[in-house]
Design a protein. Sequence first.
Length: 184
Amino acid sequence: MMGGKTQLTYDDFAALPDEGKHYELLAGVLYVNPSPGLPHQHAAKRAFLQICEYFERNGLGEVFFAPFDVILSEHDVAEPDILVVAGASQLSRRGVEGPPALVVEVLSPFSRRYDRVTKAARYLALGVEHYWIIDPEARHVICRHAERGEWVVVAEGRESDVVCDPSWPDLTIRLKDLWRPSSG
């Protein structure tokens, strides 16, 4: 830990050297993760395009992708793979202030437990209401909603299913498009 503190803060996080590493701060603990691989990148790009098309075309929010700081508290700075911000008032020079309308994480072999357990718990505790997990290895998508202090599965699909979170009934995620690389 920096400076003998028991928990790191946003200021400590912001002072980290830019060494091209993927840092996140959860509950004051610094996590460093390797860069994701090709299956992750393909799925993240394809999901981003579908989500962006829906939210931005309909004026429902702005869609961003990592790396982009989401400051959830003084001791929590996450970098979700994809996030939707419903209001411009959440945007600052630092990044996104407070929980986004939607957080999407794409699993990598090194991030499976971290995204499903560690980040999911912090997101829930800090007010994220919609959390989707995309698993390119299992070709599986799960959409969760925070209800009464726990994550509830509201939609999921595998392989070539079409997934629709009931919070956005006109947003359909075509899973077969997530697993194939771009043409060209």
